[in-house]
Write a protein that binds this ligand. Structure first.
Ligand code: GDG
Length: 487
């Protein structure tokens, strides 16, 4: 027995963080959603579900840990025209062990292959279990027959199985936003932890990853840890099977494609171009994170400056690092090291009229981000590991002028799709230095040919396609009988 598409009446999204806050408006305080890719993608799903006959309830329910502004507000305020927010609260100590501990101090470094940064702490694991249980309690009170529950990311690996046990007939999707590493990494986890984590996600009917490699790594771990049979893309359990596929996340192509012409973006771009006149611009933006390869980026740029004195005074690296997790020791140390290196490079090569690196540790507004995407000559993206990397796709989607060059690490999921970028290995600083030079002298015609291919790919594989493909993967959700068909 299969559930067929279009039978879902409500969409319940579950993610670690609720993408909402309460903000003042002319009519008093109201629930506002942020403008992230996931929010746009699920909004488009809501519109699609709303077009189906007989579907009366098209608001999306979103369960997640709450921003402080959502505490102690009237339930009526937790709703707007598109969403109903369901905040999950938990004790401070549980939250700390779950989020800062098990999620950010163990799973994040381990799954990005930073094994020496991983901290194995039994109390954190217990808090991770308790926090996932808190999410279950919220969901339990909410789920109705016909709902599709879509759980996101590594903070909630136990939740699919918890929901399955509580509501065996539930339809559950799970999407993993970070890399899924090889079994050799998973093997570092204590036996019981790796078993419980993998069993946890197998509670879902459909599991999605960004790339085919992550799918393969997951399948290998499933067979090593649980010795379950795998037929094609399906894992066979006693009473059902689980479909595991890759669905590369993407961006709202049209939004990025047109925003470069908005008046405030145009004026901000002109302001930047005036301030940095005479310079070719290399741009980078990422959250402060050791996975993003900021140290190697600076080494590659320094090597380029050492080897190419002709470029002195004619190029600037505009590098924005967005504050993130800066209560954690490794992140504080990374920030200190970045700032020292930037100071050293500027001191070594700069002059009164020229700063080789224009650095800021701050968040950009969307207008500033768009102005930089469209003002720069080169985007330099050098993660050591990255599940996908949306900045690469946003930069390409923004370049309606078909100009600009993307330098992209082969260790970002996005490199699997954006083959016309200059693909580099960030640890090879000579390769980075050479790619910078190649990008700066690349003829317009070649820039445009490469951009056109990548833009065409992103236009066709945008974030709406990502969410629709994921939703369509439920077409053959198995019921009583395992569905052993292979594709
Ligand atoms: C995880 C995975 C995967 C960044 N700085 C500013 C700003 N941003 C926006 C970008 C982009 C997003 O944040 C960053 O997305 P990434 O994909 O690059 O990285 P993570 O945050 O690590 O996300 C990653 C992603 O999940 C999705 O599955 O691709 O691999 O690690 O949208 O535009 N936005 C604004 N100001 C900033 O300063 N407005």
């Amino acid at each position: 027995m299969s559930k067929s598409k279009n039978t879902y009446t409500r969409l319940l999204i579950v993610s670690y963080r609720l993408p909402f806050s309460i903000q003042p408006t002319d009519d008093g305080p109201a629930l506002r959603q942020n403008s992230g890719g996931l929010v746009s993608a699920v909004l488009s799903m809501a519109e699609r579900m709303g077009q189906q006959p007989g579907n009366t309830s098209t608001k999306i329910h979103w369960v997640g840990h709450a921003d402080a502004s959502l505490r102690a507000v009237e339930p009526a305020l937790l709703e707007n025209e598109s969403f109903v927010a369901h905040p999950v609260f938990m004790e401070e100590a549980v939250h700390k062990g779950f989020y800062e501990g098990f999620s950010n101090d163990l799973l994040w470094p381990l799954f990005h292959y930073f094994t020496s940064y991983a901290s194995f702490n039994e109390r954190d694991f217990s808090h991770y279990q308790q926090a996932n249980t808190r999410f279950l309690e919220e969901l339990n009170a909410l789920i109705e027959p016909g709902d599709l529950v879509w759980i996101h990311d590594f903070q909630l690996m136990l939740l699919p199985d918890m929901v399955r046990k509580a509501i065996p007939s539930a339809t559950i999707g799970y999407f993993f936003h970070i890399p899924f590493p090889t079994y050799e990494i998973i093997k570092l986890l204590p036996r019981t932890w790796r078993q419980v984590l993998i069993e946890g996600v197998l509670g879902a009917d459909v599991i999605g990853f960004h790339t085919a490699d992550y799918v393969q790594h997951f399948m290998h771990s499933v067979s090593e840890v649980l010795a379950l049979p795998i037929i094609g893309h399906r894992i066979v359990l006693a009473d059902r099977s689980v479909s595991v596929r890759h669905f590369p996340i993407s961006v709202d192509f049209t939004k990025f494609n047109v925003s470069g012409q908005e008046t405030d973006v145009v004026s901000t771009r002109l302001r930047y171009q005036r301030l940095l006149r005479h310079n070719k611009l290399i741009f980078s933006v990422d959250r402060l994170d050791y996975t993003k390869g900021i140290r190697y980026r600076l080494q590659g740029y320094e090597r380029f400056l050492l080897q190419q004195p002709d470029w002195h005074g004619r190029v600037a690296l505009v590098m924005t690092v967005v504050p993130s997790r800066d209560k954690i020791g490794q992140y504080q140390e990374l920030k200190r090291e970045i700032e020292e290196t930037v100071g050293r490079i500027n001191g070594l090569f700069g002059s009164i009229g020229w700063r080789p690196i224009v650095y800021s540790y701050a968040s950009l507004t969307f207008t500033e981000l768009m102005a930089l995407y469209t003002a720069c000559d080169v985007a330099l993206i050098t993660p050591i590991r990255d599940g996908m990397n949306l900045v690469a796709k946003e930069f390409v989607a923004s370049r309606s002028d078909q100009a600009g060059v993307l330098i992209l690490s082969e260790l970002a999921g996005a490199a699997q799709e954006l083959q016309e970028a200059l693909i580099i290995n960030p640890t090879d600083t000579q390769e980075v230095a050479d790619a910078i030079e190649q990008a700066l002298i690349m003829p317009k015609q070649e820039q445009s040919a490469r951009m056109e291919q990548m833009r065409c790919h992103i236009q066709n594989h945008n974030v709406f396609r990502w969410s629709h493909d994921f939703l369509n993967a439920f077409d053959n959700v198995p019921g009583a009988e395992p569905d052993l068909e292979t594709n």
